[in-house]
Design a protein around this ligand. Structure first.
Ligand SMILES: *Cc1c(COP(=O)(O)O)cnc(C)c1O
Length: 372
């Protein structure tokens, strides 16, 4: 699905030097590269404030801790997402309130959000799934009307941009009050282990989140708020400092792969290529097809037999997971998400794909014996 080795080899010298530098300094925790990376990423992100942390899940948790939501407060999120989004809500004693997604964009169906708002609702967490922004314009309007906080989960969409109807363009993660992202190795900006970051334009909130990520202290051994241990390692920051210079190039490379798939699979009647939203550029963390007239799992096995890896994001919707099941929400509660869980399939997409690999994959897809 990704070729992290080829990606590393292309920038090996720079990466090795950056790592060696940290080894020589032995400043493994809070070395200068952490702050340097935060500043570089802030510059890259419309000069917002950046708080590095240990991973994308913690980023969400720190954001919600900083908002001081109370036990039982309700957080609205899409039911078609990675588990981390719901997990931190539940961990903090908050109540995840699922909303179905739009069948075309795979992101939260903004038309269904207001139905789910109650007097306990405090926030909306849109997830820019697969790399394309959710309908942020409607979400911001709803949030403003009901005085809700918007926390964008940008773990899959770093590098994407949203275009408002007044032509204003904003980077994913800098649109809501807070944005959170992940540097998990396979993410669009991946480090060589775990890493994450939080974005906010609000300076005071940034200061608070920086404290929470570091045991609630600003001055060592003076704990003003309850915090957690969630720092970005210096080694990872050094790696990210190098790789950030390539993020725009990486995004373009992914887009080229997507363009190739779109063009070469457009006449394939039994699948549907991903929708391109006029409101958002796409970072193509995933290139996710929907099967129409064929059995998805049979198609997956067929591609596997041809040496083509595929993935299903996600095979079991959150409301049907043992850990997140709630009375009254069984099979049929979120029909679009349930359908997607049976029809989506993601093809390999990464920065190192060659034309011959792409030609081969498309040929094999087109040759699929539909009635086998
Ligand atoms: C990867 C991911 C996360 C979590 O990031 P980690 O760094 O793995 O903790 C959260 N939300 C979404 C949508 C993700 O894809």
């Amino acid at each position: 699905m990704v070729d992290l080795q080829a990606q590393y080899l292309r920038i090996k010298e720079e990466i090795d030097a950056a790592i060696q530098n940290v080894l020589n300094s032995t400043a493994f925790i809070q070395g200068p590269q952490v702050q340097e990376f935060a500043e570089a990423l802030a510059k890259h992100s419309d000069n917002t404030n950046v708080i590095p942390c240990a991973n994308g899940t913690d980023a969400l948790q720190i954001a919600m801790m900083a908002m001081e939501f109370k036990v039982g407060d309700e957080i609205i999120l899409p039911v078609h997402t990675y588990v981390a989004t719901a997990e931190v809500i539940a961990l903090l004693g908050l109540t995840p309130v699922f909303v179905d997604v739009d069948e075309k964009t795979f992101t939260i169906d903004s038309a269904q959000i207001e139905n789910k708002i109650t007097s306990r609702t405090v926030a909306i967490v849109p997830v820019h799934l697969y790399g394309q922004c959710a309908d942020m314009e409607s979400i911001l309007t709803i949030a403003a009307k009901h005085k809700l906080v918007v926390i964008e989960d940008v773990a899959q969409a770093l590098g994407a941009e949203f275009k408002f109807s007044n032509e204003e363009v904003k980077k994913a993660g800098t649109i809501g009050l807070i944005g959170t992202t992940s540097f998990f190795p396979s993410k669009n900006l991946g480090c060589y282990g775990d890493g994450g970051a939080i974005f906010t334009h609000d300076k005071e909130l940034a200061r608070k989140m920086r404290m929470i990520a570091n045991h609630g202290q600003q001055i060592k051994y003076h704990h003003d708020v309850i915090g957690i241990n969630s720092r970005l390692d210096t080694l990872q920051a050094a790696i990210l400092l190098v790789k950030l210079n390539y993020l725009t190039d990486y995004t373009q490379r992914r887009n080229k792969v997507a363009d190739f798939y779109d063009e070469n699979l457009k006449d394939c009647q039994f699948i549907e290529t991903p929708f391109r939203s006029p409101q958002s550029t796409h970072a193509y963390h995933q290139y996710t097809l929907k099967v129409k007239t064929i059995d998805r799992d049979h198609f997956k096995k067929y591609l596997e037999s041809k040496g083509i890896p595929t993935m299903i994001y996600y095979p079991v919707p959150l409301h049907l997971q043992k850990a997140y099941k709630k009375d009254g929400f069984g099979e049929g509660s979120f029909p679009v998400t349930e359908k997607l869980s049976k029809t989506v399939i993601s093809l390999p997409i990464h920065t190192e794909m060659t034309e011959s690999e792409l030609v081969y994959i498309c040929e094999q897809i087109k040759a699929y014996p539909q009635h086998a």
